[in-house]
Ligand binder design. Sequence first.
Ligand SMILES: O=C[C@H](O)[C@H](O)[C@H](O)COP(=O)(O)O
Length: 236
Amino acid sequence: MADADALKRLAAARALDFVTDGMRLGLGTGSTAAHFVDLLGDRVAAGLKVVGVPTSERTRAQALSRGVPIATLDEQPELDLCIDGADEIGPELALIKGGGGALLREKLVASAAREMIVIADQTKHVAMLGQFPLPVEGVDFGIAALQRRLDAAIAAAGCAGPGTLRRTADGAVFRTDQNNVILDYALGRIPDPARLAAALDGVVGVVEHGLFLGLARRALLAGPDGITLLEWNAGA
Ligand SMILES: O=C[C@H](O)[C@H](O)[C@H](O)COP(=O)(O)O
C-alpha cells in the first residue's frame, strides 16, 4: 500500500489539473499543501504564469524557494482558486483545519477565493468531524477566562471535551503567524458543526476556529486505488 506521503503528493498532483494560466492562487499550509507548492514550482519553471497568496510564513518561504511568484492578500484580494489540505473532511465537505496552526490565514485566503479545493489522503475523510482536536485561535490576554467562555459555549452547542493550550516541542507556548495562541479541543464528535461554529464565533477573545464550513467545493482524496473526487455545492 502506498505510504501516506506518496498519497498526499498524488492528491497534490491532481490538483494541478485545475490550475490554468493567469490564475491567482491561494497556497495552503501543511505537508499536503507543501507537495502542491513543490509541484507548482515545476510548472512555473516550465512557463506557467500564476501568482500565489501564501497562507503562512512557511508556505511563503517555500513558494519563494521554488520560484513561484507570490503576492499578499492585500495585493490580490480576489483569488481564482485556493488549494489546501485539511485535518478532517466530513459530510458536506465540512473541514477541521489548523493542525499546523495556520487556520486564520487559511480561512482568510480561502474566503477570498472563488473556489477551494481540498487535497488529502483518504484517511482524512470521516463520517463525523471531531476525532481530530479542533483548534481555536485566540488572543493571549486572559487565556484562563477565554477557556472558561469556550467551555461554556462548546457545551451549549452540544459538544464536550478538554481544551489544551498548544505548545511547541520544547514546551513554549505556540504562537501563530498572527502572534495569537491556540487551544486544541478534543471533542471526539461534532454532530452539528454549524451549531458549534456559530457558538465559537460568538465568544469574545476567539480570533478564529478551525471549522471550515461551506468553503470547500471539491476534495481530491488519494487512496491506494487512485483519486476520489468529492463535490459539494452549498448553493445547489
Ligand atoms: O494549519 C494547518 C493546516 O490547516 C493544514 O492544512 C492541515 O493541518 C493539514 O495538514 P497536513 O496536510 O500536513 O495533514
